[in-house]
Design a protein around this ligand. Structure first.
Ligand SMILES: C[S@@+](CC[C@H](N)C(=O)[O-])C[C@H]1O[C@@H](n2cnc3c(N)ncnc32)[C@H](O)[C@@H]1O
Length: 227
């Protein structure tokens, strides 16, 4: 289990996010040039209909849950890091914030009509089990959106490698919890590419799986419907 290879035990992931909670939002804005909030808005609007009961899993400091709220959902945000959740709670009392593990969601089968996961599923120790658990808590025809960093194949690939493998870990060195920013590029490298993730979603019980990419293929949004 190591930061360098992007594989950490669940406790290691939780402790890492507890440590970076104070700088997490600022780092997001810096690393994406402020585009991350736009991607969250697109993600929420892709699956949330007004009045939907929505789960935002791995909600962290809550920005995607808030995007679900803005899209008209009644949102529950879930995360296993208490420090990330503290930040989320400061942002809204309209979202129900729950501490819990995406691998053992504390909700009944079919409890939600939409679910979102932003930059979170990559950190889950068993991806297949996480996707099956999300499927379980969605009603049939419920919609899932997964926003995640991916590895671009096209002309941006060298720029991406420079930014992610060199600059981001350097930024991390001057910030608390800097190991997280060594873990980040490594975790992206070991995460399935866009086609492979689409296949895993189908295997977990989702139909109509499609995806689109942002920022020249650095970020992908997958959507599917609970079959
Ligand atoms: C990179 S942050 C993403 C936060 C937020 N969704 C966003 O859009 O910025 C990943 C979050 O996933 C959470 N996480 C990782 N594994 C988890 C698990 N098994 N159960 C619940 N939360 C988990 C971490 O605690 C962390 O807050």
């Amino acid at each position: 289990m190591s930061v360098r290879t992007g594989t950490l035990a669940p406790d290691g992931v939780r402790v890492m996010f507890d440590r970076i909670a104070p700088v997490y939002d600022v780092m997001n804005r810096v690393m994406t040039g402020g585009l991350d909030q736009r991607w969250r808005g697109i993600t929420a609007r892709a699956v949330v209909r007004p009045g939907d009961r929505v789960l935002d899993a791995c909600c962290g400091t809550g920005d995607l849950a808030l995007a679900g709220l803005a899209a008209g959902g009644r949102v529950t945000g879930l995360d296993f890091s208490p420090r990330m959740l503290e930040r989320a709670r400061e942002k809204s009392s309209q979202v129900e914030w729950v501490q819990g593990d995406v691998l053992a969601l504390p909700f009944a089968d079919g409890a939600f009509s939409a679910a979102t996961v932003g930059f979170g599923i990559r950190n889950v120790s068993d991806l297949g089990a996480g996707l099956r658990e999300l499927r379980r808590v969605l009603a049939v025809d419920g919609r899932l959106a997964i926003l995640e960093i991916t590895q671009p194949q096209g002309p941006l690939a060298p720029f991406y490698r420079l930014w992610f493998d060199r600059v981001v870990p350097l930024l991390g060195r001057v910030l608390p919890g800097g190991a997280a920013y060594t873990y980040l590029p490594a975790s992206v490298r070991r995460f399935p590419g866009t086609e492979a993730l689409a296949d895993q979603l189908r295997e977990a019980g989702f139909a109509g799986v499609t995806y689109r990419t942002f920022a020249g293929g650095i970020v992908a949004l997958h959507t599917g419907t609970a079959a």
